[in-house]
Design a protein around this ligand. Structure first.
Ligand code: NAD
Length: 308
């Protein structure tokens, strides 16, 4: 018994050495990039974050601080924890700064051309052994990987929002992904406190593919005037033990992102259940994008609590 424990301790400390040695980076610090950076820094690792301009860096830094301040107000974090986390996040505006990184996570918007452009550039900048990770929810990872010379070192990590709070991550591999890549990314996921599940590259994976028709149906029920937004969410929370109702969940994800995923799934899978509800299109046109703009299916105060 004692021997096993000692072995475990040695194994843990070895794995710790590997993980501490890994240099990790994120490209794109919006909703997901900020959350992933916080999760990595909370686990005691340093993380480089690249945004497209100095203004975008300032904006992301301010939003990340705001969200951590909300955590402090809820007694979920201390001021010194916040300081320590922020000190481990190093901001840049130049991809070249990532040339020594071991794991590079792309978290730019769900646009195939943009994601390919980032992977293409990274392939030329990053060291040969570096692993590339995409956060795409619905795009073909295989298609994105085509622009690189390292298909064996490519995976997707599909985190869910809010990343620091949701313990799940879907690990997505393409046919060429090497077992060693999967092993390393799995170890990395566990080291930042996530429980990984494995899934092959297919639009929407498990989570997005399952949740999107539910969100779409809730929006149709609202559009048809069958029940209020509040009652639809209450029904699903109390009836099915959901922590968050579908309409608030869509607001939390960002209605523009939700619309992009629906369009992508509808286009690639051809199933009418993914065809975006006209109400969603209208709200996105009106820039009512959910919590990030203060209004979506519900209105929110500064602490992102529902006002009405
Ligand atoms: P977002 O629009 O909030 O953030 C994207 C960030 O990328 C922005 O800050 C933008 O300035 C930055 N960016 C754009 N071009 C860049 C460039 N050339 N270099 C560096 N940064 C650049 O998007 P998001 O919601 O964080 O989504 C990011 C990815 O994560 C998408 O693929 C999305 O599908 C996926 N995802 C999102 C959620 C969610 O709930 N929002 C959940 C799971 C996965």
């Amino acid at each position: 018994m004692t021997i096993t424990k000692l072995e475990d301790l040695l194994k843990d400390s070895n794995e710790n050495k590997i993980r501490k040695a890994d240099k990790v980076a994120i490209v794109g610090a919006g909703v997901m990039g900020q959350g992933i950076a916080q999760a990595i820094a909370s686990a005691g690792l340093e993380v480089k974050v690249v945004e497209k301009s100095s203004d975008a860096v300032k904006n992301s830094q301010a939003k990340l601080e705001e969200s951590m301040n909300r955590e402090i107000a809820r007694w979920g974090m201390t001021t010194s924890e916040k300081k320590a986390i922020l000190s481990r996040i190093i901001w840049h505006t130049n991809l070249e700064k990532l040339n020594q990184c071991d794991i590079i996570i792309e978290a730019v918007p769900e646009n195939p051309e943009l994601k390919k452009e980032i992977f293409y550039k990274l392939d030329r900048i990053a060291k040969e052994s570096a692993l590339f990770v995409s956060t795409t929810s619905t795009l073909s990872l295989d298609d994105i990987a085509q622009v690189t010379h390292r298909k064996g070192q490519i995976m997707a990590m599909h985190f869910l929002n809010p990343v620091p709070k949701v313990p799940l991550v879907e690990l997505v591999r393409i046919v060429e992904t090497e077992d060693e890549t999967l092993k390393k990314i799995k170890r990395f996921a566990v080291s930042i406190g996530k429980t990984p599940i494995e899934v092959y590259d297919y639009p929407g994976y498990v989570t997005t593919r399952t949740i999107i028709p539910l969100l779409n149906e809730a929006m149709h029920i609202l559009l048809e005037g069958l029940a209020s937004a509040k009652d639809i969410d209450t029904a699903m929370k109390l009836g099915f033990n959901m922590q968050t109702g579908p309409l608030e969940l869509a607001d939390q994800m960002g209605l523009d992102e939700v619309l992009t995923w629906m369009q992508q799934l509808w286009q690639t899978l051809g199933e009418p259940r993914y065809r975006p509800c006209p109400l969603l299109r209208k709200m996105v046109r009106e820039r009512k994008l959910g919590k990030k703009t203060g209004e979506g299916f519900f209105k929110y105060d500064e602490d992102e609590k529902i006002i009405s």
